[in-house]
Design a protein around this ligand. Structure first.
Ligand code: HEC
Length: 99
């Protein structure tokens, strides 16, 4: 019985990861903390000064990680504040385009 419970727990937490919903929600939380002030609630912003992240190319993950790590013009570098795996979570959130 105990084994069964542990198995189910592992199984469902694995499912949670596989579904990406789980991590894009974590990405949203991180986004709300670090990015929202400039990029807007739910990624909605005028797209004038800060980049409209809903338009970020979906195949641009490497560019995303690079720009976020090292900063770009008006955007600060996040390397020392945000772990790489958390940037990956934010990337999953960006892929949802806030929907
Ligand atoms: C202090 C305001 C500010 C904050 C906070 C901020 N950004 Fe930005 N971001 C900008 C500005 C301004 C630009 C436009 C830079 C340019 O291209 O001139 C930008 C551009 C970007 C781009 C496009 C880079 C490219 O390759 O064109 C990405 C991706 C991005 N931000 C992601 C993020 C993420 C993720 C966070 C949170 C970890 C974040 N930003 C937090 C101001 C900010």
């Amino acid at each position: 019985m105990k084994f069964c419970f542990v198995f189910l727990l592992v199984f469902f937490s694995f499912l949670g990861f596989a579904q990406t919903n789980f991590t894009s929600q974590q990405g949203k939380d991180l986004y709300d903390n670090y990015c929202q002030t400039c990029h807007g609630e739910d990624m909605v912003n005028p797209g004038t000064v800060s980049y409209d992240l809903r338009k970020f190319p979906k195949d641009g993950k490497a560019r995303f990680i690079d720009s976020v790590s090292n900063g770009k013009n008006g955007m600060p570098s996040w390397k020392s504040a945000i772990a790489l795996e958390d940037m990956e979570r934010i990337w999953l959130y960006v892929l949802t385009q806030g929907k």
